[in-house]
Design a protein around this ligand. Sequence first.
Ligand SMILES: Cc1ncc(COP(=O)(O)O)c(C=O)c1O
Length: 473
Amino acid sequence: MLEPSADEIRDWGNSVTQFMIDYLGGLRDRPVYRHTSSREIRSGLDSKLPIKGIDFDSLLKIFRDTIVPFSRQNAHPRMFGYVQSPGTPIAGFADLLASTLNANLTIWRSAPAPVELERLTIDWIRQILGFNAEAGGLFVSGGSMANLAALAAARQTKEHSLGHLRMYASSATHFSITKAVALLGIGRENMQNVAVDEHFKMRMDDLVAKITADTEAGYVPFCVVANAGTVDTGAVDPLREIREVANRFELWMHVDGSYGAFAILARSARKSFAGMEQADSIALDPHKWLYLPVDVGCVIYRDPEIARATFAHEAEYTRMFGEEADEAFVCWDYGPELSRRFRALKVWMLLKGVGLDRLSAAIESNLACARHLESMVQASDDFEMAAPVELSIFCFRHVPAQFRNESPEAIDAFNERLLVASQRDGSSYLSNATLGGRFALRGCVLNYRTTLRDMEILLDDLRRVAKSLRNRA
Ligand SMILES: Cc1ncc(COP(=O)(O)O)c(C=O)c1O
């Protein structure tokens, strides 16, 4: 098993490929989610410490019978919860190849071609976003790590001894930013929540007022974080205006584009992102809107030298001899990790194999699905929107006739029960958001398999589950 024969490898590969074919072929017929418990799952797993190994077929059988049915089916076309990509077969094969080669992308010398492929792919992403030619970055584990790395670089630009650093981000910002601020020692209390307008976008007047008041009080404003697609509603902050304010007060501008930035590939959404290319840093997640499987996030710095000043570390055991320029590229100079898997392979295989035209069309289709849902909700008399649709996230509530005269609290409580019941039902899967203090059902279309018809099925599912809830009450 540790070193299988060629025949064994072929047999394992054939079995795994057959599983993939059957699984993807039957995806639409599976429930997105099956309610279960820790006890039920554990009862299907042998918990004894394995002293002797078992054969590959038995391992695959446990995966097929116990792991797969009790997983949320993230590739299902009606998996609308959170910000979940479906993965794609080409990336599944890329991950297999990356693990087979087991390249470790620490420095160019350790993995010359893989590092070169990462730099090439990062440069393609830079071009997609419209950043300057000098911009560069790294693949990291996800958006959270990309945000952390970018904020570490931002912190480098201000003198800490002058006073407490202050950072600004809208109240709709993802919690990974708050976490980064805490981990970097800046302190959660030094992250200022800027108010949002009725479209859940950062309010410029509040941003300027907060920076001005902090400066007068002796704080050191150092960074403003703009959202290119908030996690709750998909709102894109006014990026150009934020850049102007950042320039005026000499702040670093970081964009959290983990969810939304790749929607710049869709013609109908492109204008929302004007100014994004002027950011000092951006966090992206190819494992969201490039449909790739986890984990692959990406951080890009407008001036990578600032990242180098933040992360470079010269230890004797890592010293390089006799190498120059490109071949002396040190990955750990640009981010917090040392050992890094070959994430670039799946990004490269996707971009090169699928091509931007087809990716743009898929993202455009996701946007159309969210807009279709919004139109259906607006035309209905039993649903209401809770936020405008800007990208592919939609927030709404079910308000059947009997609830129309009920209090907002009663409608929220009913929708909360509906969310849980519909997740257990398994035909469609939503998550939730709290908007203006009220509960909302929330969905995000992030799957090239999702069709307009799936959006109709979603509303039908909710009506059906709501009816059964009312009948039970
Ligand atoms: C806007 C935004 N930022 C950051 C993140 C964190 O990304 P990750 O889960 O890849 O760490 C998310 C995750 O959903 C997100 O939506």
